[in-house]
Design a protein around this ligand. Sequence first.
Ligand SMILES: *[C@@H]1O[C@H](CO)[C@@H](O)[C@H](O)[C@H]1NC(C)=O
Ligand SMILES: *[C@@H]1O[C@H](CO)[C@@H](O)[C@H](O)[C@H]1NC(C)=O
Ligand SMILES: *[C@@H]1O[C@H](CO)[C@@H](O)[C@H](O)[C@H]1NC(C)=O
Length: 971
Amino acid sequence: MTATQSVMLLAAVVVSLPGLIHAFQPLFSFDGNSTTHRDITRMAVLRKTAEVCRDIAASEGRDFSLTIDNSLSPDKVQRACLSSGNSTSLLSTVLFQTSIANMYLSNANVDVVYSLSEEHHFDDETFQGGRDVITAGVSAVKASVKKENFVAGRWILGQVCHTLQDFYSHSNWVELGKTAPYSTLIKPDQPLENLAGPTVPTCRNCTQGDCANNLLPDLLQQGLLTSGYFNLFSSAKPAGKCSHGGLFDQTSKQDPIGGISKDDVGSSHGFLHHNAADVAVNATVELLEDIRLAVGDKNFLQLMGLSQSSVLCFVIDTTGSMSDDIAEAKRVSFNIIDSKRGTPQEPSAYILVPFNDPGFGPLTMTTNADVFKASINKLSASGGGDIPEMCLSGLQIALTAAPPSSEIFVFTDAPAKDAHLKSTVTALIESTKTVVTFMLTDVLSSRRRRRSSQSVSPRDISQSDAQLYRDLARASGGQAIEVTKSGLSGATTIIEDSSASAVVTVFQTVKNPGKPDNFTFNVDGSSRNLTAYITGVPSLTFRLISPTGVSQSSSESSGPLASSTKTGNLHRLSLNIGNQTGSWQIRVDSNSPYSVKVTGQSSVNFIYNLVKPHEGAHGDYSLLEGRPLAGGNASILVTVTGSDTVKVTDVTLFDSSGPSEVNGSVQTVGSGIYLVTFSGVPPGDFVLLVKGEDSSSTPRSTPSGFQRQASTQIKTSSISVTAQVNNTNIAPGTTVSIPFTVASTTNGVVNDSASGTFTVQANNDRGYTSTSPSSITIEAGSGGKANGTVTLAVPASAASGTDVTLTIGAQNAAATDINFAVLRFFVTPKVTDVTRPVCLVVNTSGKCSSSSSLCASSQWVFVANLTDGVNGTGLDSISIRQGNGTLNTSTAAGAGGENITVATYSSSCCSQTVQLTMVDKVGNVGTCEGQLRETTTAAPATTANTTSTGGRTLSVSHSLWISMGVIFLWK
Ligand SMILES: *[C@@H]1O[C@H](CO)[C@@H](O)[C@H](O)[C@H]1NC(C)=O
Ligand SMILES: *[C@@H]1O[C@H](CO)[C@@H](O)[C@H](O)[C@H]1NC(C)=O
Ligand SMILES: *[C@@H]1O[C@H](CO)[C@@H](O)[C@H](O)[C@H]1NC(C)=O
């Protein structure tokens, strides 16, 4: 899987870390031949996604030729899934790759948050506890999906997968000879059986370090299930019990010595590592199937992130003077909706957040374009008046609702009243990599007065008010467009540009203070429709120069290289690239601040995540949310998307405001993923620039070098904010306390002689009650650190699957430096309904002729009583999973007072089996199967859950015999 060389490099980088993991390796395989949680999760997601697409294709009568095995890539799967896709069309797998990365990063995070929780890892024979973790998680995933909150759903799903996968590494399931998953773990209404009791000995000493035969033969003969004990600090364990094993597991040093883990090929039972990993993949596929049945195919594919298009997200000021702007937002969004409906470019969801004063919200998030249209139609500009608006509050809720890497458009003509949220909003922009573009109408310098009687209205945006919006735009990689109300329709072209397929950023920079400069960017053969955006003062001029030296100035609106338009402070250039790939230049002449952005459309792009080496008990890396430390090392996981033939050659952190440029050392870790390490990143605001080569023959010219740039700025900080979270699930009606530590750092390490006072802000996106110290002081002689506690109260009414993002920010006294911890919590009530809906077959009747050519003219009927029982939450949906007939339902009361749904399925005799899927209100899935017996007269069936083998299979083999006979005759 990974080249030995790169593994050596990787091992050299991490050798200083404590390498004491007690689970499948979370992200990276140190030996180059072990399967990680990342691999297992990725394979399972790709396989299940492909299977769902295959089933959908079959039901629509389309071909689906992809072979489903463990060698799938996101590009292959997404291409195969696109019903209208073909190999030459533009495809962006950025969203799919981002979703997969979020799932494996949240999976890996379990080793950080729950490092000492035995049930999250099925250690210490905690089978009931481990299954409860899975049950609660699965229920929360289903609840999130039901609310179309796919971001939260993915995050929880990643966590659940970790626990499920660990079972196969930490228990003796594969040693018992099992090759299929232990389905009982995801069926909470089935008893956990054959567990070795608390006093049953399970292991004996390993002999001279060889643990191949340390499980007691009796245990294996009786088929009893056990798992290894694990403890970092204490060697105590019940007599005769197996340990996890490994250098850091103290219990494995006590009789019985050794362990049974299969975490990697070097573990105590490493010889079974691949068997365990294979079953773990299949178990994860089985879990995904359960979720798919509960939420339906369409929602399931959205949960997996299988989408070509991003969301369309507007945050709109609805005060009195905004009616023109609202009309324009409506026009442009309707235009996008109407032109893309039914195509793969149709926005995957729509988000609308109105704000004014004192209110903001509610947030509308929907996948239904008509619901969005209705919401935007309902907006009316009213009230407000002479006060600034709650712009950042509206933006904050949009930022937490939108999937990562979305683009948000904010329309306003007023300064923000809630500018104190700037640092929280900045933290959210950085952690979600959202691009925020502001459509500012009537900024003070743009002359037009709304109130002729007054010289300056408080609603007008002054240059300094506009700077707040410019700063946020810059941090996110968006733009601050300043236009007159009448010019707005010219500027909204950029909204339509951004909703095109597979938009990539080729180059972007902001110069503040402005000075004349020359920018070069590389255009590769895979990129189409290059567009440049330049914003700045009216006196700004520029010149565009092609690789062959042809040039065009800003005064030519149409020339050999581009056609351009100017609206407000925005120049938009459509580049005419022709076959001129290579190095292009833009020379800007301005001494005022300006920005330059060049985008194109290409399948080749990248995603990235800041990661950090684990502190403490577990090795490997986990997601870093917050800023990397100035002067320290930064690690970034880069995944190339859109091509299996692309190679990354250079990754650079590039500071547009200064001379700093830091080159990363690039190591491949397989599957198009690279771990890039930067050492000694100086203070500054950086953007990530990735360069590489595509070795496949592109439609145009030679193998071309490409460059892509991340939108969001990466800022370093000398403040470290870490929160100690040991549970991310919160029950409604409870309050959690989150201890956190602020430290002052120098060159990436805590400066233990530092002192100082820091302003602390804790904000959450749900408006839940939260307390926090307003400041925190690092006293001299306290080791450079100070501790505080934030509390967060979740109301009793919070619904299952709700996510809460809590941002804890600390700013230095001079207000020149800030850092954050971004924490996600999920509302997961105790699951009370764990039983699946059941069915009792009442009757199967009908006469089917034995001649298959006459099948269409005869009918059969299947009647069953479906119920979720007296204590269940009740049936939520019933659907036909297999069969072409029609289903009618009616309700009745059962003997015990439970609600019964009478399902009557009738079908032609051409299809003689039926499978119904029943889902209750919390997502437990039951199936109900029926079939017409292979007789010509009616035969009442008496049992529920008849399997679909039996008569049907017989008839298939019967007809096979007949056709074989025919073949023999023909010979
Ligand atoms: C990895 O392990 C598998 C199964 O044990 C073995 O077939 C393969 O040769 C190993 N590969 C490397 C690079 O060690
Ligand atoms: C494939 O897509 C390209 C670009 O969208 C289109 O021009 C071409 O006709 C499509 N080919 C097929 C076979 O559909
Ligand atoms: C297991 O090994 C330990 C250490 O060598 C030894 O003290 C103990 O007696 C052994 N137990 C058995 C049952 O042989």
